[in-house]
Design a protein around this ligand. Structure first.
Ligand SMILES: Cc1cc2nc3c(=O)[nH]c(=O)nc-3n(C[C@H](O)[C@H](O)[C@H](O)COP(=O)(O)OP(=O)(O)OC[C@H]3O[C@@H](n4cnc5c(N)ncnc54)[C@H](O)[C@@H]3O)c2cc1C
Length: 464
């Protein structure tokens, strides 16, 4: 694959440390300023810049905030490595750079909505929380959302971020077009329609191709959704009826601490424009919740989207956390592992067997499903999967010791980790799990031949 050939075939569309050691800094929580998460703390002041979870100190010397695409292009001509920075919600150093991070926060607008094609074109720094209310107002929706709307669309789609739903692809599957600024300042437009041979490789690229300056996403007519929660389902009931339970709604999440043979909560999110059965008060042995709750049961449900079957806009039900609210526990770490859905029961038993070892480090675990896709570096490439997420307490030494055991328990199922969370799987094992890995590597080398968008994470996990 020659870059020249790629560029010839690209055409304008209406765009208008595995962490064997990628964890460069794991910090105690002193000095946390709730007013200034992430990169709002400037290095120029002498204070370290950190990711949203505050477990990573960015090593990049510079943080640039271009306000036009032309400024992005000009920045490319400066010496040294660069990396796009989204909203800093990744738990590893995937978004760090040895030299400069480039935040597109000032490029956060909707460029156009094409009603006939059912697409929205957005700037490369927009967050879901900025995009989705505007889409809803105009009568449109996305097919799914992650647990929180505070992340950027480009950052989420570059790492295979997902919600739940056995028939729902991850958020990256909605990407129909990309405009990418390459290291030489050139803008390249790639689309699903015009570049079918490589587009599937370009969507989940971990910032390795360049800076995404705009994106085209599939949209659909707006819909309303409701969520209903059931508590304390016997684990064996869940394992025996896994497919039925996970298909009981448009998007279904299980929350569990892997204790006492109980799955603590099941959140069933259903579209109200599709048939909605009465689920009753007893759901596979679980009792209907009689109040709004937080996935971490001891925390206030104030930040959570409305439950108890109350219908509301899609964007205010599919995520667990509201726009403008604090998602999750914040003082936490995260890992997530994907295995093919046919192994769901065995994998759940394998994790439950480690329940006592996991418990001291765990706030809560979430189990979701994600439909198979064709994106080369997707954790669910060609395999509908179950995703096991772990919200850990902020004890990296303890979690780091535990992860290899957890990963070994899931290894028989060809486990793949979430690109943006904490894992210790060996890069070679990881690369072997991705059939299209050699093509992805070639794509990176073609579009970024001098490795300007490399960082320690890509060096370790992809280029090694
Ligand atoms: C509380 C919390 C809840 C979460 N819930 C979920 C969930 O439900 N499901 C899930 O799958 N994940 C979840 N995540 C993980 C999160 O979705 C990913 O870390 C995602 O990548 C974060 O997006 P970001 O904008 O913060 O990107 P960053 O972390 O800033 O960057 C991630 C990657 O994207 C690249 N990138 C960012 N912007 C651009 C751009 N313009 N051009 C090129 N590359 C770019 C970066 O270079 C980097 O490689 C959660 C994280 C947190 C903190």
């Amino acid at each position: 694959m020659k870059r020249k050939k790629f560029l010839q075939t690209t055409s304008a569309f209406t765009l208008g440390t595995i962490l064997t050691s990628p964890l460069v800094g794991c910090l105690n929580r002193s000095g946390r300023n709730p007013e200034k998460p992430g990169y709002s703390v400037s290095k120029k002041t002498g204070i370290e810049r950190r990711n949203w979870g505050r477990n990573i100190i960015f090593r990049a010397e510079h943080l640039e905030h271009p306000s036009t695409v032309q400024e992005v292009q000009e920045l490319m001509l400066k010496a040294g490595n660069k990396k796009a920075l989204g909203s800093t919600h990744s738990y590893n150093d995937i978004a760090d750079s040895p030299m400069s991070q480039i935040s597109l926060r000032k490029l956060n607008k909707i460029i156009s909505i094409e009603e006939t094609n059912k697409t929205v074109t957005i700037e490369g720094g927009i967050k879901y929380e900025e995009l989705v209310p505007q889409l809803y107002e105009k009568g449109f929706a996305l097919h799914n959302l992650a647990s929180l709307p505070q992340v950027t669309v480009a950052g989420a789609c570059s790492t295979g971020t997902h919600g739940s739903g056995t028939k729902n692809g991850n958020l990256s599957t909605a990407v129909r077009g990309l405009e990418i600024c390459l290291a030489d300042g050139q803008l390249v437009k790639l689309s699903r329609d015009n570049n079918p041979n490589i587009f599937d490789g370009a969507v989940i690229s971990m910032g390795g191709l360049g800076i995404i300056t705009s994106m085209v996403l599939d949209i659909q007519p707006a819909y309303e959704a409701r969520q209903d929660i059931f508590l304390d389902l016997p684990l064996e009931n869940v394992i025996e009826n896994f497919d039925q339970i996970m298909s009981s709604g448009y998007s279904v999440s299980l929350f569990t601490k892997w204790q006492s043979d109980i799955v603590d909560q099941v959140w069933i999110k259903r579209r109200v424009d599709q048939p909605v059965d009465n689920l009753g008060t007893d759901f596979f042995g679980g009792k209907a919740s009689d109040r709004n709750i937080h996935p971490i049961i001891d925390l206030s449900a104030e930040s959570c989207t409305d439950q108890m079957g109350v219908a509301g806009p899609w964007y205010d039900r599919l995520p667990h956390f509201k726009i403008n609210a604090m998602p999750s526990a914040w003082d936490e770490l995260q890992s997530e592992y994907f295995v093919p859905i046919e192994h769901a029961g065995q994998a759940m038993r394998a994790i439950a067997n480690l329940g006592e070892k996991i418990l001291p480090y765990l706030y809560i675990s979430e189990v979701r499903t994600v439909a198979a896709d064709n994106l080369w570096m997707s954790q669910v490439y060609k395999r509908t999967s179950v995703a096991f997420h772990f919200t850990w307490k902020s004890d990296w030494p303890g979690v780091k010791k535990l992860l290899p055991e957890l990963e070994a328990a899931l290894a028989p199922f060809d486990v793949r980790p979430h690109w943006a969370k904490l894992f210790t799987i060996n890069p070679k094992t990881l690369q072997k799990s991705y059939k299209k890995f050699p093509d992805f590597l070639e794509l990176l080398k073609t579009y970024d031949p001098k490795g300007h968008f490399k960082n320690a994470y890509l060096d370790s996990n992809i280029y090694s």
